[in-house]
Design a protein around this ligand. Structure first.
Ligand code: MLT
Length: 428
């Protein structure tokens, strides 16, 4: 007999169905609660509320588990390419060689961006934040491919949009960076891999050959894989709810980029480096800043520590920490900001205050360090997060669309003024 939950409201007992997921997670299905009881539930931030049933990503915050379509991210980060993982998230299975070749070739053939879009870049101020540029440019792609705006489009059109998005986001990101520098853009080279192409478009120059360092390329591949999806996080939920109105995929992804920009979400990796630079510029007295972080009367908080879902450790951080150590060793980087980061990491891993509060270094702490070591400018860190998260957003949007989920429309509890009559301005 299936499990149920009983609640008593106004002296009347109601039974609600309980559902169980493939990993034993349980939920009370309240989809008929208002119709049967007149009550709704309230859960600000949805921390106790499931928005959907999904087969894309499983995470266990207590055990520090993260799997994409059942595959542990530790194995994917070690063995797979980012495009393999993108295919897995979007098509549900790891590709065989023929499928991977087809997917890779399709992505490669769509890396160029319409030349007319160069004018968009020229219109942005040269200090424009690249996340603002990226969100605008991704939404603008829907105007160059108007067929994507048809909510009843056949899957082959959706698939073409999916491939265009994955292909063009590195090109747009690199062009935003070059535009901010006032440097000439570098056009994609089809003979390069996805990650090599991005590094080439970012750091290549017309006047010289740019050789991709395999250690940097490997670190970037791991970083993108580890950011590829994270179930119903803020930006994925944004992509889903925008897509639930049948808005086109470009616009839904643009909204996800906007949500990711926030310092409480994807902007945290930029905030980590800005915090470290503040400590360095203040003389590097770590004890002073750690004490400020502990002082409840002080507004200063350490960025890049702890996680709203992972209670003990972020499995992604463990993998990125090793990649960061490899990159720093290989490149022999001497950077006082990164020295402070290593000292702060040591404090956080040993100081009881941080340990008992689960304030361990998270994925944003180490990704900020590694992006800096790779030479990626601070304002581009969240762009890197967006490039990695794109396949996850696409998979979430595709699942929501294919499952025919309804438009997202939460209810509320009204706490404002009760009914009252209009009073003319003379009488107020
Ligand atoms: C993410 O990867 O999206 C972040 O860790 C935030 C989250 O999952 O809430």
């Amino acid at each position: 007999m299936s499990e149920t939950a009983r609640i008593i409201l106004d002296g009347k007992e109601y039974e609600l169905p309980v559902i169980e997921g493939s990993e034993g997670e349980k939920a009370i299905d309240i989809s008929k609660l208002r119709a049967t009881t007149g009550y709704i539930t309230l859960d600000s931030g949805f921390k106790n509320t499931g928005s959907t049933k999904s087969s894309i990503t499983f995470l266990d915050g207590e055990q520090g588990i993260l799997r994409y379509r059942g595959y542990p991210i530790e194995q994917l980060a070690e063995n797979a390419s980012f495009l393999e993982v993108a295919y897995l998230l979007i098509y549900s299975e790891l590709p065989n060689q023929q499928q991977l070749d087809w997917f890779t070739n399709s992505i490669t053939m769509h890396t160029l961006v319409h030349e007319d879009m160069r004018r968009f870049f020229e219109a942005f101020p040269n200090n424009a934040h690249p996340m603002g540029i990226l969100s605008s440019m991704i939404s603008s792609l829907s105007t160059y491919y108007p067929e994507s705006q048809n909510p009843n489009r056949p899957f082959k059109d959706i698939e073409l949009t999916i491939h265009r998005l994955i292909a063009k986001i590195p090109t747009l990101a690199a062009q935003a960076y070059k535009n901010n520098l006032g440097h000439p853009i570098m056009y994609p080279k089809n003979e390069l891999s996805y990650t090599e192409n991005f590094l080439y478009m970012m750091f290549g120059l017309p006047s010289s050959d740019y050789e991709v360092d395999p250690v940097i390329d490997d670190a970037l591949n791991k970083l993108l894989i580890l950011h590829a999806d994270h179930e119903q996080n803020c930006s994925a939920s944004t992509v889903r709810i925008v897509g639930s109105s049948q808005a086109n995929l470009y616009s839904s992804i643009s909204a996800g980029i906007a949500a990711l920009w926030g310092p409480l979400h994807g902007g945290a990796n930029q905030a980590v480096i800005e915090m470290l630079e503040t400590i360095k510029n203040d003389g590097g007295d770590l004890t002073k800043w750690v004490d400020k972080a502990k002082d409840k009367t002080d507004s200063f908080r350490l960025m890049g520590f702890g996680h709203r879902v992972y209670k003990n450790f972020d499995p992604r951080a463990k993998i990125i920490k090793k990649a960061a150590d490899d990159v720093l060793d290989k490149l022999g980087i001497d950077d006082p900001v990164l020295d402070i980061a290593k000292q702060l990491e040591e404090v956080a891993l040993k100081d009881e205050y941080f340990v008992e509060r689960g304030l361990y270094p998270n994925v944003d702490f180490y990704s900020g360090i590694i992006y800096r070591a790779l030479g990626i400018p601070t304002e581009m860190f969240t762009v890197m997060f967006a490039i990695g998260r794109l396949p996850g957003w696409i998979a979430q949007w595709k699942e929501m669309t294919e499952n025919g989920e309804p438009i997202g429309r939460p209810r509320q509890i009204y706490t404002g003024a009760n009914n009252r009559d209009y009073v003319s301005v003379e009488k107020r």
